[in-house]
Ligand binder design. Structure first.
Ligand SMILES: *Cc1c(COP(=O)(O)O)cnc(C)c1O
Length: 303
């Protein structure tokens, strides 16, 4: 049974903009934790899996859209740690590379209508209510266990950063990072967390973070980098991604990390960060996201 108990590296990246604005930018390479259990998904699942083991569970049951990184991560973690996995997928039955990966890792998929999908506990109880050895894991891994897992990223850091920046979907990763910062003797006074929601109307993330018992008023939110909504893109974003990837060799994708780095560059341009700031961007992984987007690169860029 493999575990992923190593600290992902902190890698400095160099662009003329950073020199011009006199800031340094580092990337926490959580994308290197595992190719399919994408960085933050492993941190979010880790304590769920310890709990499953403690409670002698044999099946992990979870939820996601048809391109969900969390579904693949759970399927792959199940294969690794010896659990059956079951995924409720939102919407009509479809075939795509991400769902094929889920099946390859042994996950059983069950497609449910968008309205049924709203009631996750209801769906769970219908199928698994009388199976005490199964474990409910929320969409995106959203849970207090996820907060604990993500907070550990901060303890791994080798140097001090003035600013840490991450993308947010459910907000669990951001909640974990803020917890790590607030519990850290030095970072709690000197480090600001910046969060880029990738959904439109990202203000709701504040409530989601508060519900995890983390004070969202400690966090700086930048709500205008969603590009029209979840998984929405335009040529400007894709062009940025292309420049970033061929300048750094670090792969990013349009749904989460592309928007994160686009926002980071824009905030640096706008002078948000003070002179000599050291900034850490969290690369939360999710590279299978590119698989659902490759046709957009052909359509919107001259590929
Ligand atoms: C799921 C995911 C996120 C969002 O994490 P939350 O904890 O839901 O906010 C960010 N980046 C990547 C690559 C993801 O796959």
């Amino acid at each position: 049974m493999a575990t992923f108990e190593f600290n992902s590296p902190e890698q400095e990246i160099h662009f003329p903009l950073f020199k011009e604005k006199n800031v340094r930018v580092f990337v926490k390479r959580d994308d290197l934790i595992h190719p399919f259990i994408s960085g933050n998904k492993w941190r979010k699942l880790k304590y769920m899996i310890s709990f499953a083991k403690e409670q002698n569970k044999d099946t992990l049951v979870t939820f996601g859209g048809a391109w969900s990184n969390h579904l693949v991560a759970t399927a792959c973690a199940g294969a690794n740690f010896g659990y059956r996995t079951y995924g409720f997928v939102r919407g009509d039955e479809v075939e795509n590379p991400v769902l094929a990966l889920c099946k390859l890792f042994g996950m059983t998929l069950h497609f449910v209508s968008r309205s049924d999908y709203q009631d996750k506990h209801g769906l769970y109880n219908n199928v698994f209510g009388n199976r005490p050895r199964s474990l409910f894991i929320n969409e995106g891994g959203y849970s207090k266990e996820a907060v604990r897992g993500c907070s550990e990223l901060i303890d791994e850091l080798e140097t001090k950063y003035d600013n840490i920046i991450c993308a947010a979907g459910t907000g669990a990763t951001a909640a974990g990072l803020q917890t790590g910062i607030s519990n850290h003797p030095i970072f709690q006074k000197e480090t600001s967390l910046h969060v880029i929601p990738v959904l439109k109307g990202g203000d709701f993330i504040k409530d989601e973070i508060n519900k995890l018992d983390v004070d969202s008023s400690l966090i700086n939110f930048h709500l205008d980098y969603h590009f029209g909504g979840y998984a929405k893109v335009n040529a400007q974003l894709l062009n940025f991604i292309k420049c970033f990837v061929n300048h750094t060799d670090i792969m990013i994708e349009p749904t989460y990390t592309g928007k994160l780095f686009y926002a980071l560059f824009d905030l640096i341009k706008n002078g948000l960060f003070q002179d000599k700031s050291k900034i850490l961007a969290i690369h939360s992984g999710g590279l299978t996201g590119f698989l659902g987007m490759f046709n957009k690169f052909y359509r919107l860029l001259s590929f």
